[in-house]
Design a protein around this ligand. Structure first.
Ligand code: SF4
Length: 231
């Protein structure tokens, strides 16, 4: 039985707002609908949420569900990195579509830096990630996919996620099963775990689903379960 990625990795929206401007952005719709900030194009930092990082119960967190790391101010990053360092019980993920704007060097063991690739023309982002972010862990999310990404240099990447368009455009734009299998084979040939998001079930079939997580994410989830039974 496949799982929902949001049950494995929770969103913590420390920054709300993004300047990238994807026309399929669900975050913009939600922010505007619920009036979460004045203007989605102007990222706002919510430092009050940092205290969630001090929780002892281990969790995997995505910190950029409603923003792009490239628009984060340095002082925000400094505060967040300090919290990450002091909370090794959690794993933290960041995503960007503009890794050319990033300049990060960190030895954090529990921070994962990734890029989103939506088409072959985006593959430069993987190189830019490796060049501009010097970190312990890298990941790539292929979602939504508009064309076949083709042959990819995944060296040094520690996890890939594959998904498809969701929402209003999902009937017109779908991830082709052949692209999914090709990405998966390329990753597996380098022993990189692969996670197919639950949105791929209607395309790939429940019985075919592959949902692998990095060992450190699995460890967090195991500790979460033990935490429940201890209490
Ligand atoms: S990068 Fe993400 S948050 Fe920013 S506009 Fe695109 S989908 Fe929305």
């Amino acid at each position: 039985m496949s799982v929902c990625i949001k049950d494995q990795i929770q969103n913590m929206n420390l920054v709300i707002g993004c300047t990238i401007g994807c026309d399929y952005c669900y975050a913009r719709n939600n922010v505007n609908r619920w009036h979460m900030t004045e203007d989605f194009n102007k990222p706002v930092y919510f430092p009050g949420k940092l205290r969630m990082m001090d929780r002892k119960r281990p969790q995997n967190f995505l910190l950029t569900g409603m923003s792009d790391l490239s628009a984060w101010k340095q002082e925000w990053l400094d505060e967040v990195f300090s919290k990450i360092r002091h909370n090794p019980q959690h794993q933290f993920l960041f995503l960007s579509k503009r890794p050319d704007l990033l300049h990060i060097e960190t030895d954090l063991e529990n921070a994962w830096f990734g890029v989103t690739v939506t088409r072959q023309a985006d593959l430069w982002r993987i190189d830019a990630l490796r060049n501009n972010v010097k970190a312990k862990h890298y990941h790539v999310t292929f979602e939504p996919l508009f064309d076949d990404p083709g042959t990819i240099d995944l060296n040094g990447i520690d996890w890939i996620v594959i998904g498809t368009m969701t929402g209003a455009q999902s009937r017109k734009i779908q991830t082709n099963p052949a692209w999914t299998y090709s990405l998966t084979e390329q990753a597996h040939s380098l022993n990189i775990p692969v996670f197919w998001k639950e949105d791929l079930i209607p395309i790939m079939g429940e019985e075919s689903m592959i949902q692998e997580l990095p060992a450190s994410f699995n460890k967090v989830l195991e500790e979460q379960n033990q935490w429940k039974t201890k209490r």
